[in-house]
Design a protein around this ligand. Structure first.
Ligand code: ATP
Ligand code: MG
Length: 231
């Protein structure tokens, strides 16, 4: 059921809380947090190490569930969905770029990019055909058959970005996409991200420590004491 209150938002967290238990102690990481991501916008989430940025991204991406509150993806509350329903919705509407790329080591660059389509049921040959223009777009047409171990850090991150876009998602969630790269490569990857955003109008949520990266995005938020403040 579409929820009319979320109109315009491709992704929304409403009154979300998340705690972790550590021995006797309960760690309240997110407290009644709200966030709305509008179609096509770019958004930075900043905050100290351990403030809960990855926790929030995992909840937004349906990789983990909040203790309370709701996550709306394209109008549907994903928190009550069964695992297979959630996986299907995530596959169609969301892309994810992990902090350490999470490419499958035994598969080539193009096979990694094609993987979300194969999971969706497309024949591997067709999936490769759809993956190829994305690898070209990120400048890796000469590296399609390389496995991740034979790619540089920046190249791996570009493969991960291509993979996150292959299913034409409404929104891509990126956890420190430039975090492990040298300054020049980080600037190139950021430029690529912004170019894709302009061309495809896909919304992007970037977790970043880098104020220069954040300065290039539409909105900036700081995660402190479990809540987001607009900067
Ligand atoms: N599965 C877990 N069990 C217990 N505590 C956890 C778990 N996952 C995360 N935490 C704790 O929750 C807090 C937030 O973790 P999170 O990974 O979201 O931080 P972060 O803001 O992404 O940090 P960084 O900038 O270092 O990546 C940390 O203190 C961490 O120790
Ligand atoms: Mg993190």
């Amino acid at each position: 059921m579409p929820n009319t209150e979320t109109t315009g938002a491709v992704l929304q967290a409403r009154d979300v809380s998340k705690s972790y238990r550590s021995g006797q102690q309960e760690l309240h990481i997110l407290r009644n947090l709200d966030l709305s991501v509008q179609a096509g916008e770019t958004l930075a989430i900043m905050g100290a190490s351990g403030s809960g940025k990855s926790t929030l991204l995992n909840l937004l991406g349906g990789l983990d569930r909040p203790d309370s509150g709701s996550i709306f993806l394209s109008g549907a509350d994903i928190c009550g969905l069964k695992a297979d329903q959630l996986a299907g919705l995530r596959n169609r509407h969301l892309g994810f770029v992990y902090q350490f790329h999470h490419l499958l080591p035994e598969f080539s660059a193009i096979e990694n990019v094609a993987m979300p389509l194969v999971i969706r049921g497309l024949a591997p040959r067709e999936a490769r055909q759809e993956a190829l223009p994305l690898l070209q777009q990120v400048g890796l047409e000469q590296r399609v058959d390389h496995r991740p171990a034979a790619l540089s850090g920046g190249e791996r991150q570009r493969v991960a970005i291509a993979r996150s876009l292959v299913s034409c998602p409404d929104c891509v969630l990126m956890d420190e996409p430039t975090g492990n790269l040298d300054e020049e490569t980080a600037a190139q990857v950021l430029e690529l991200i912004l170019q894709i955003n302009r061309e495809q109008a896909v919304a992007m949520v970037l977790v970043t420590h880098d104020a220069r990266v954040a300065a290039n995005l539409d909105k900036r938020y700081q995660l402190t004491d479990g809540q987001l403040q607009r900067l």
